[in-house]
Design a protein around this ligand. Structure first.
Ligand SMILES: C[S@@+](CC[C@H](N)C(=O)[O-])C[C@H]1O[C@@H](n2cnc3c(N)ncnc32)[C@H](O)[C@@H]1O
Length: 314
């Protein structure tokens, strides 16, 4: 048991349209669930995987080695993927996939500090080489910055009340653990919010995690690089888990597949020069079916989107 059940796996593999001999990139290796299935399909191809979590790399390397040796794991933030691919002599790829966010083992291993349910030091770093942790965010950010990230990244309407409670508490002593923070969040919220479905700390923990790991900036950078690395007929398949991520993916895919005002100025004819470089493969995002959601709760919020680069195979 590798401890992580991949979400929408058959659907994302189908979307990638994998063919043997091609070069593929998995931006989020995790426990290797997606990567191992790609590798099985490309005995004569090449797979490059990224993760910034040492433990994920350690655990999935043997899983991939049991299938083949035609893969490279890069211990780096996926936002650097074009440069890292260049270092490996790769300028174009036939498919790129990402299954964003945190893996189940990252959540389940209490000492990583991602979960509001388990007592642990406030950490939440995916990459333990990084210095900024959840402790720093909670204990050093200003009232203004805490409110901003809770509002923007947590979409929590009690952002100000929670931030005020944090600032007050840390005046006497720093907030050190996940459960201490979770309790404080709960107490700072009005009864109406506490009675809502889901733990009252969920959105605030999500916001801190996004801030600590720069998740939205990394995703933006990775999306911006798509046109520079995807080969003609190459595909991109991305799974997101919350509306902020999905919005970024949706907007970038729209930008790459639709050209607004695509008419020749003088003759009102379509201008070839302005043709969109990609085709949208998922007009609506693909979501998990009832059975998958029942078996894997994490899949409930998953949205899979895909695009294909226009043109002929080189
Ligand atoms: C949901 S898991 C991927 C699971 C994987 N598809 C599987 O089937 O096992 C997401 C993984 O992406 C990694 N990750 C998240 N953001 C990253 C980033 N910016 N750069 C590199 N890895 C990242 C996390 O450390 C985590 O291991």
């Amino acid at each position: 048991m590798n401890g992580h059940v991949s979400v929408l796996l058959p659907e994302s593999l189908a979307l990638l349209n994998i063919h043997d001999g091609g070069t593929y990139v998995d931006l989020t290796l995790g426990r290797g669930g997606t990567s191992s299935e790609i590798l099985k399909k490309i005995p004569n191809g090449r797979l490059v995987c990224f993760d910034l979590d040492e433990e994920a790399i350690e655990k999935s390397t043997s899983r991939l080695k049991a299938i083949g040796s035609n893969f490279t794991i890069v211990h780096s933030n996926f936002s650097n993927y074009p440069e890292e691919l260049k270092k490996l002599g790769i300028s174009q790829v036939d498919g790129l996939t990402a299954d964003l966010g945190v893996s189940s083992p990252q959540f389940d291993e209490a000492d990583r500090g991602f979960s509001y349910k388990e007592e642990a030091p406030l950490d939440m770093r995916m990459d333990v080489r990084q210095t900024l942790s959840a402790y720093d965010v909670v204990n050093t950010y200003s009232l203004h910055d805490l409110t901003r990230i809770f509002r923007e990244y947590g979409e929590d309407k009690d952002a100000y009340a929670v931030s005020k409670a944090i600032i007050k508490k840390r005046e006497s002593s720093p907030i050190k653990t996940t459960t201490e923070l979770a309790e404080l969040i709960k107490e700072s919220k009005p009864i109406s919010s506490r009675l809502k479905k889901g733990h009252p700390a969920k959105q605030i923990f999500q916001a801190i995690r996004i801030e600590v790991n720069g998740e939205l900036d990394n995703l933006k950078k990775a999306l911006d690089a798509i046109p520079s690395v995807i080969a003609p007929k190459g595909r991109v398949a991305i799974i997101s888990f919350h509306s902020l991520e999905d919005r970024l993916v949706k907007d970038k895919f729209k930008e790459l597949t639709v050209v607004e005002g695509n008419r020749h100025e003088m003759y009102d004819l379509p201008s070839e020069l302005e043709e969109a470089p990609f085709i949208n493969l998922t007009k609506k995002p693909i979501e998990a079916g009832l059975e998958e959601v029942e078996n894997n709760h994490r899949s409930a919020s998953a949205k899979l989107r895909g695009i294909e680069r226009k043109g002929e195979n080189p």
